[in-house]
Design a protein around this ligand. Structure first.
Ligand code: NAD
Length: 275
């Protein structure tokens, strides 16, 4: 894709799922990638290995090596301000600058809204929204200081639009992310900085282990998706790469839903009123 070769990209939460696919895609496009992990790089590999009995982290690194680009690991909990400041600085120093930030790190904690502990509420908002803002703030500072264009992608969700009962903090965080995308896009459009979001629908990643491996739950999920299948992380990565490329040079402030039609109200597939 035009304009990604040689760009320096930081992808938060990129040791698994959508973030991992985005990192691989940028590497394949010839970009230099900073792979962020929260605590230990082995964490993701261990979890995957336990779940699937293989070592995707090894394959992941092979894919990055094969792409032949410069890539680094950067530790940082995105919800901790000092970590974010250090992580962005480290990325800039080691890669020689920053052109693209992908705010991908995210968590969700289920529970009845009237019973949620404030700690779990704060944790989700802390990672998904506060964390994304902190990373955006540090990236924008760098773009402005060097008077160079920059791109930020916020990995939001269909739940920035569709309410998600029992996932109140998640819904709030993604709704807030949409407003952050639009506000930052407007504030910095005149200074060459584009800010967009992707809104994934149901995507097969570790965050969805509750239903992916359960045929009954899986069927229930697919029933709500007009295209009748879940997405792959690679499909999210492709749209992310497009939005960061020069092909999307005139797009800012938008969230592109990559959801197989999930936001089209599947229950209205056939008219059930007015006739
Ligand atoms: P995932 O659990 O594989 O990825 C989440 C990543 O965030 C992990 O690598 C995790 O280590 C990292 N992370 C969590 N807390 C962090 C922190 N404090 N600091 C740094 N990293 C942290 O799940 P995923 O599905 O790949 O999720 C990626 C993004 O996509 C999330 O923002 C999620 O909300 C969004 N999303 C996913 C789906 C889906 O169906 N999978 C749908 C809509 C949106």
């Amino acid at each position: 894709m035009k304009g990604l070769q040689g760009k320096n990209v930081l992808v938060t939460g990129s040791t698994s799922g959508i973030g991992q696919a985005i990192a691989v895609r940028f590497a394949q496009e010839g970009a230099n990638v900073a792979i962020n992990y929260r605590s230990r790089p082995e964490d993701a590999a261990e979890t995957h290995a336990q779940l699937h009995g293989d070592d995707p982290m090894h394959d992941y690194m092979d894919e990055m090596e094969e792409a032949g680009v410069n890539h680094i690991f950067v530790q940082g909990d995105v919800s901790v301000e000092a970590d974010v400041v250090r992580m962005v600085q480290e990325t800039i120093e080691k890669l020689g600058g920053l052109d693209i930030l992908i705010n991908n790190a995210g968590i969700q904690i289920p529970g009845n809204s009237h019973e949620l502990s404030i700690d779990s509420f704060d944790r989700v908002l802390g990672v998904n929204l506060r964390g994304a803002y902190l990373c955006a703030r540090e990236a924008i500072k760098h773009f402005l200081a060097h008077e160079k264009p920059g791109v930020i992608i916020n990995v939001s969700s269909v739940h920035q639009e569709i309410p998600k009962p029992r996932f109140l903090s998640y819904s709030i965080s993604k709704g807030g992310m949409q407003n952050m995308t639009r506000t930052l896009a407007l504030e910095y459009a005149g200074r060459g900085i584009r800010v967009n979001g992707i809104g994934p629908g149901a995507t097969i990643t570790p965050i969805n282990r509750a239903w992916v491996d359960d045929p009954v739950k899986s069927a229930m999920v697919l029933e709500h998706i007009p295209m009748q299948r879940a997405a792959t992380s690679e499909e999210m990565a492709a749209v992310t790469a497009f939005l960061c490329s020069d092909e999307a040079a005139y797009i800012t402030g938008q969230t592109i839903f990559v959801d197989g039609g999930l936001t089209l109200f599947a229950d209205f597939r056939t008219a059930w009123s007015s006739e």
